[in-house]
Ligand binder design. Structure first.
Ligand SMILES: [Zn+2]
Length: 336
């Protein structure tokens, strides 16, 4: 396992360190992971409102999120938030307990964990690179610098043609098509969807999935696909929630990647419960065919009822209830 910095990302770390030489500083890594190699394509600064103290640091989240979106939008391939770095005083090149908390948070975002780098000036600039496994264990890994070590596709910007097609799409969508799809609630994130329906789901308290005697042979995998396919179709067609499926041993995972996190729902068959169950956010639920659609319709009806009661004296155009509670995260559909 190793890390490759693009020339630009490496220079960004140098520049940030040199600029804030009297204090601690740090930043975030955007890039991609392939074949055990972490490619850092961009390193972004922590922002004007970041706080760096001896045992504490905090990035300016509004600023970094803004910059992540701006920079990621330049590239042809999707860039992921894969890690972070910060400067330590003197020669201290290990993590503090505060760092452990931050690193664990970043590592929890994807199955490969994250990378976390420490910069020391003692008295020359040096980087110590760590890979952080979930929940929080470290190993030092080597790094190199050079665009020539990075596959071209990761460094490639979006082309004029691609931007033209995006422009066309939005022009088109903003006129005729938007009218045609009114009534549908487009481009909802998977996380938002689950958050919306979760109050109506019942926690089965089986977070210890090992205790559920999971079955994992081929007929079971087929059955899992068969069980959830209706809901996936509903989510894709009615709500435009784009998800990917992955079958792995006992689990069927549906997931959706966004720039700052991946949302995953694990489905499995519990022999103990003689039922399909799914787990999300450390909670576990019993599942049956069409549960998501059913729960969505129920939740929506309840909300509409509630809103109608609240607004009964104010005749006004009803906003799409779902629209008003969701934060839309639009995925780059044709990345790949
Ligand atoms: Zn630290």
């Amino acid at each position: 396992m190793r890390v490759i910095f693009s020339n630009r990302a490496y220079t960004s770390v140098l520049a940030e360190t040199a600029e804030k030489i009297k204090t601690e500083t740090g930043g975030l890594f955007l890039g991609t992971i392939q074949d055990d190699t972490w490619y850092i394509i961009e390193a972004i600064d922590p922002g004007p409102k970041s706080i760096f103290e001896v045992a504490y640091f905090e990035y300016d989240q509004k600023y970094t999120q803004h910059l992540i979106n701006k920079i990621a939008n330049l590239y042809d391939k999707q860039l992921l938030l894969i890690g972070l770095w910060h400067r330590h005083p003197g020669s201290f090149d290990q993590f503090s307990s505060t760092d452990d908390g931050t690193n664990a948070k970043y590592a929890s975002m994807r199955k490969e964990g994250a990378i976390s780098a420490l910069v020391n000036i003692d008295p020359k600039f040096r980087i110590t690179m760590y890979q952080v496994d979930r929940p929080c264990s470290y190993r030092k890994i080597p790094y190199d610098v050079g665009d020539n070590l990075i596959p071209d596709k990761f460094l490639k910007f979006k082309s004029l043609e691609k931007f033209n097609s995006i422009i066309n799409n939005s022009l088109y969508l903003s006129s005729s098509k938007r009218k045609a799809v009114e009534g549908y609630h487009r481009s909802v994130s998977l996380a938002t969807f689950i958050k919306f329906i979760s109050p109506m789901l019942h926690d089965e308290e089986c977070t210890d999935v090992g205790a559920n005697n999971l079955l994992g042979d081929e007929p079971i995998q087929e059955r899992l696909v068969d069980e959830i396919i209706d809901d996936l179709t509903f989510m894709a067609d009615a709500l435009d929630i784009e998800t990917a499926i992955c079958l792995e041993n006992n689990y069927l995972t549906i997931y959706q990647e966004a720039i700052d996190k991946t949302t995953k729902i694990y489905f499995m068959f519990s022999a103990a419960k003689q039922s399909v169950i799914f787990s999300y956010d450390n909670k576990c639920y019993r599942y049956h065919k069409g549960l998501f659609k059913e729960t969505f319709e129920k939740t929506k009806a309840n909300r509409e009822q509630r809103d109608n009661n609240e607004k009964s004296n104010k005749p006004q155009k009803q906003m799409g209830v779902f629209d008003s509670v969701i934060k839309i995260i639009k995925l780059n559909k044709d990345e790949g």
